[in-house]
Design a protein around this ligand. Structure first.
Ligand code: THU
Length: 134
């Protein structure tokens, strides 16, 4: 169901999740991106006492990728907790869209294991991206 690299990416998201800063929602999320150089970049949600200033795990992982010189999301894994799948929020689907192809797989994990594979087109159909400009 997962390649070895994908399993490693899921494990990275699952373990990063423990470092999330989510004292308000208590909902910790971890994300791990595999870039075009096969480097892995981690992100976690970082909340704030001024609630709207909080940021999502996926946004953090994208920032880490860009800061390290990566430009393409080959795969992304997201780890959350609870009975519902922790799929990226609408804003993060659009953030992923900027650096991924519509066929890019998004691997959704619980706090301990991989659960479900989507591609970006499934989560963000008829989307607007960089190629829509000009
Ligand atoms: N959150 C993420 O970090 N990523 C998601 O895909 C869904 C939601 C965070 C935002 C907030 O800190 C907490 O989870 C509850 O919404």
């Amino acid at each position: 169901m997962l390649t070895q690299t994908e399993q490693r990416l899921c494990d990275a998201a699952i373990s990063a999740r423990h470092n999330a800063y989510a004292p308000y929602s208590k909902f910790k999320v971890g994300a791990a991106i595999l870039d075009e150089f096969d480097n892995i970049h981690l992100g976690v949600n970082v909340e704030n006492a001024a609630y709207p200033q909080g940021s999502c795990a996926e946004a953090g992982a994208i920032s880490a990728m860009i800061a390290s010189g990566g430009t393409k999301i080959k795969r992304i894994a997201v780890s959350g907790v609870g009975t519902q799948l922790c799929t990226p929020c609408g804003g993060c689907r659009q953030r992923i869209r900027e650096f991924a192809s519509l066929k890019t797989d998004i691997l959704i994990c619980t706090d301990s294991q991989f659960k479900k594979r989507f591609n970006l087109e499934m989560l963000l159909p008829a989307s607007f991206g960089p190629d829509n400009l000009v």
